[in-house]
Design a binder for this molecule. Sequence first.
Ligand code: ADP
Length: 484
Amino acid sequence: MNEEKIQVLFALSECVPFAKSGGLADVGGALPLALNRKRGIRASVIMPQYSTIPPQYLEQLEHVAHFNIKVGWRTKYCGINKLVHRGTTFYFIDNQDYFYTDYLYGYGDYEAERFAFFSIAVLESIPYLDDKPDILHCHDWQTAMIPVLLKNRYALVDTWRNLKTIFTIHNLRFQGVFGPSLLPDLFDLERILADDGRVGNGGALNFMKGAITYSDIITTVSPTYSKEILTQWGGESLDYAFAERKDSLHGILNGIDNLTFNPEKDTTIAANFSYKDLSGKKICKAALQEEAGLPVKPKKPIIGMIGRLTSQKGLDLVERVMNDIMHEELQMIVLGTGDRRYAEMFEYFQKLFPDKLRAYITFDAGLANRIYAGSDMFLMPSLFEPCGLAQMISMAYGSVPIVRETGGLKDTVNAYSSETGKGNGFSFAYYNAHDMLYTIRRALEYYYQYPDEWDIIRLAGMRQDFSWKVSASNYVNLYRELLI
Ligand code: ADP
């Protein structure tokens, strides 16, 4: 262990501002920076050098080293380049065959090969890095084979012997499942590891199962989700594996980047505001109604909904009672991409209720912020939610969340109680469309009939600290625990 600082290397497949497809990139772009503000920690990041990284960053890359590595029987070029961004060192693994594509992720066995290459490259790069890591912090299936390779091959050699690993699960649905013959073919590891279940599940090679077996510590992105994955319902067929590692399993809530998501400073919204002065929010609401082509009515509540249009996000429930929702005294603005079925459902209702619903079937970060800022309520009735960032962002912007009590939603949204005067939103427990509808109606009742209490709820959300500070401290505690 480094005498002065614990050195942590984040290995991940996407990271803001270089490449993003989802929440993982937000974590990669914010958590290492928050860790570097803590005493005794130095965090850096290693990721693939995709050709889609914005040119202003690619142009600044500094070459560190290059060499050949073996991916099973294949010999492949591996370049390491680096960039210091906002005080944090980012290393990029370069191989044009694998990463000069117009997509971040593809399909099939080639995907296994791309991330086998990346995992081997991360371990082979360690002797060339400025700061030798004490801990490798791996994320999701794309880097799940790093702990497997480390324990089965690399730890036999001094350079890697004392390295510790943490594996964080952001999305358990994608596990990296392939045919078992790829284990010797890509990793030079014996197929028996897949067949006997150490790196396999049900006869298939399963990258994530390998990380669960071999990582020193496993984390998920919220405390509640870390319990849900121990159940058959939430475990995505790996619940038994988590149960075996229960003592090493932790749940640490994600934060949000309070530079990007801050209504006091956000330059993409019509007017700035804070919990001390909400007058700007009224301007944002009117601007949003205008932009969406809805009647500009200050008193009419707007429900916002932003996210992937998939069944994970509770769209089945919305579809079931959409007609009832449209008959309430409200407006609704939806922004999302995903399953056609849900996109068409929203488009259908938009035609029927043009004065009430506006559905944007696209990805638009600026519009997302305008919806967070202009809406009064935010609907997120997820089936499961490892953490969820959207509900935290909505609260920061004074849009009261209506959520199902699952995963990170349960950990961040507390149902308001008139008796205690405490709570920052509305929630329901069972995955049931009419429970959701009832909860929306309850929120409307407070909005219309108890405006003083509505303000209490809204301000409770706005005042909450969703920054990375607390989460970063929790990770630091785990790192220290590992190196004792
Ligand atoms: P997940 O990672 O499961 O997709 P999260 O709530 O953790 O869900 O994070 C989603 C992030 O992506 C949020 O910042 C949300 O605002 C943003 N987002 C999702 N869909 C869109 C979209 N269509 N346009 C703009 N931003 C979006």
